[in-house]
Design a protein around this ligand. Structure first.
Ligand code: ZN
Length: 492
């Protein structure tokens, strides 16, 4: 495919034709999860958005090195460089080693991503595995004079940086306003100014995750890892940096400042950001009771859901909106989306049954393929691509009903349209990896066995009844007899 991909660059605030730094190769860096809790919608959206970009760039013939980091240290509970480390806090709460917490939630994250058919990145570096690189970066910034040491911690000097460069280029925030409105520090604080941010923090005695450094036993500031690891794996300048819009400030703004301060120039050529997810029109939040994790979608156990949704229904729903628009999840909207997806999958299956009944094409199928390509080139406009797939499925149904006549070429084009756009690029898959449909059949089979056992008990056939209970128990099922029959769950 010819490259005519345009992407919206958050830095320049316009759509630009994508031209890679090195011919034929693309370096892509996306901020990955901080692993201290169950994977949720907020993880699914950036992963799916940049999965589409990854798939499309590969389809355009590029060799893509996709780096998505794992934050396992340095992300503090609040953004003002104070408070506990999110991972360490969870570890203390659960009586686990911090790395045990990281491994546990990373495993669930990977499993959820696989269910959503998100391709694994080329490199998934951990912040805790790159302490040396981060310490080097702090040294570089200190040498260039844009940081200062204070009581064992090192802070980035935003005011000084802004006198030479421009702090706020990505977010559009005005530093003069920030300097004027933020509180002047009274000299008791380590920081000279509240907008300065930590590059290295001295660990308090009770802080578990700590490493030796020239300044103190401590840990790196959260923004540092992405600058250090993108430089290590993609070079001092690279093509695309992605993430959620919530990361623009302060995280990505600080990344830019760190790169420019240490190397004298920006590292990233195109900044891309996906918009946020709301649930029933509200921001997602634990305190609002609308925080639905992915597992709860897949098994339908959240009170806001009336049923389970397959991972493909979630993926499809996210792709029905452009990545720069918000997506509002609701039970009703998901139900509609699930039906739509089922229609498309049914149509894709029915292509096999189509027969060529004319030699003269009067359809626009070839045109839809070009238009879908144009839509992908237009900043990954997946909702437009989906609308052409719906048009195509209408033609398929109408041809099956005998109202439309297709040529052999039409049928080939239809197949190609679905194969390329629905399956390869949108990453929708027909097979249920571990989704609700297979869960439904699985649960149905367990119910069936337990009903047979119930019948056996009524017939006083204890041998059969015990055999079913014992063998299901051995397989990890917990079975409870109730007055109406039974309850079961699978302990995993
Ligand atoms: Zn990052």
């Amino acid at each position: 495919m010819e490259n005519q991909l345009s992407v919206y660059n958050t830095l320049t605030r316009k759509k630009e034709l994508f031209e890679p730094l090195h011919p034929g190769r693309v370096g892509l860096y996306v901020c990955g999860p901080t692993v201290y809790g169950d994977p949720h919608l907020g993880h699914a959206r950036p992963a799916i958005t940049f999965d589409i970009l990854f798939r499309y760039l590969k389809r355009l013939g590029y060799k893509v090195r996709y780096v998505r980091n794992i934050t396992d240290v340095g992300h503090l509970v609040n953004d003002a460089d104070e408070g506990e480390d999110k991972v360490a806090k969870k570890a203390k709460l659960e009586h686990m080693e911090p790395m045990e917490v990281v491994q546990f939630y990373l495993n669930s994250y990977h499993k959820a991503m696989e269910m959503l058919n998100v391709l694994p990145p080329s490199i998934e570096p951990h912040a805790s595995g790159h302490i040396i690189e981060q310490i080097q970066l702090v040294k570089d910034i200190l040498t260039k004079g844009f940081a200062y040491e204070s009581r064992g911690s090192v802070y980035f000097d935003v005011g000084k940086y802004n006198r030479q460069y421009n702090y706020g280029v990505l977010s559009g925030r005005n530093i003069e306003d920030m300097l004027n409105t933020t509180r002047e520090l009274d000299g008791q604080d380590e920081k000279r100014h509240t907008i300065d941010f930590a590059l290295w923090k001295k660990a308090s005695p009770e802080h578990i995750m700590r490493w030796p450094s020239p300044w103190s036993d401590g840990f790196p500031g959260w923004h540092l890892e992405c600058t250090a690891m993108s430089k290590k794996y993609l070079g001092e300048t690279f093509d695309i940096h992605g993430g959620g819009m919530d990361l623009i400030f302060p995280h990505h703004e600080c990344e830019i400042a760190q790169s420019v301060a240490s190397s004298g120039h920006e590292a990233v050529r195109y900044w891309m950001h996906n918009n946020m997810i709301t649930v029933n029109g509200q921001k997602m939040g634990k305190s609002l009771g609308n925080f639905i994790n992915l597992e709860q979608f897949f098994n339908g156990t959240h009170p806001l859901l009336t049923q389970a949704y397959s991972p493909m229904a979630i993926r499809f729903f996210i792709l029905q909106a452009h990545y720069r628009s918000t997506v509002d999840f609701s039970n009703e909207a998901l139900q509609a989306s699930e039906k739509g997806l089922a229609r498309l999958l049914e149509a894709a299956k029915n292509i096999e049954r189509l027969e060529a009944k004319t030699s003269e094409s009067t359809n626009n199928i070839k045109q839809w393929e070009q238009k879908s390509r144009d839509a992908m080139n237009d900043d990954l406009n997946t909702p437009i691509v989906i609308s052409y797939l719906f048009e195509a499925s209408r033609i398929i149904n109408s041809a099956l009903g005998g109202q439309t006549l297709l040529t052999a070429e039409d049928i080939r084009d239809l197949k190609q349209l679905f194969d390329l756009f629905l399956f390869d690029l949108l990453g929708i898959t027909n097979e249920q990896k571990d989704g609700s449909a297979s869960y439904d059949s699985f649960a149905g089979a367990v119910d069936l066995l337990l009903n047979i056992r119930l019948q056996a008990k009524q017939n006083k056939d204890w041998a059969t009844s015990d055999k079913i209970r014992n063998e299901l128990t051995a397989l990890g099922f917990e079975i409870k007899d109730t007055k109406d029959g039974f309850e079961w769950k699978l302990n995993r």
